[in-house]
Ligand binder design. Sequence first.
Ligand SMILES: [Zn+2]
Length: 268
Amino acid sequence: MKTFKLLILLAIFTSCSKNIYKISKKEYNKEARKLGKSLIKITPDTIDNRISDVIKSQNFNLRKPNLIVIHHTAQDSCQQTYKTFALERTQVSSHYVICDDGTITQMLNDLVRGWHAGGGSWGTNTDINSVSIGIELDNDGKEPFSYAQINSLVALLKKLTTKYKIPTNNVVGHSDIAPGRKTDPSALFPWKALSQSGFGIWYDEDKLKDVKLPLDFNYNFALKYIGYNTSNIKNAIYSFKLRFNSDEVSHELTEKDKKILFLLMDEI
Ligand SMILES: [Zn+2]
């Protein structure tokens, strides 16, 4: 009897899950159609008392992404993440989810604005969702990233950077663009290995011991030059260390950190 009840509960749960994705798919298609229609309309406007006219040009296509943001999901499984991104009430999404076993699932067309970055900036870009593709890695934030997952990530980055001609340096972490607010992907994320595969910046480690810092070395400028928002310098330092000196994450810059920063400026 107990098994029977369990089976019924399981059946209800499975059909509910399916329903979530059915609704999400329907809403996705509805929204995409609405977007298509909205492109047809260009409304004449009044700008500073001047009427701006409309004469439509036939020469255009959709804008392309130019930045890739890597996240970890901080959830227990890919199934949980799919559900989170499919439900309307969560108001979050990502273009891709990569599971522990390397499975890649696309949830948004690359050309639409996903809701993965939230507030943040990188260099002069202040609306990261508008320019980026979000990739979520199934990871709870405490475990190492699996080989299969990183392998799939590299393959996906190769595809996306080639397809949209995104500079290979334009691969960043959520923590990079939102210092003080986000810490994903965690300190366990293999940024160095990723750069050896051709994505994201890293510094020339062989040169580290020979670096002589200029007396006027401005680390605030260096952080900004790389892309960090330094309006809260302690938070910027923390994000920087999370990525480039993850064994010693803190809000303080050491001599070694400054040398890493100095070398990184050569990589931009
Ligand atoms: Zn994130």
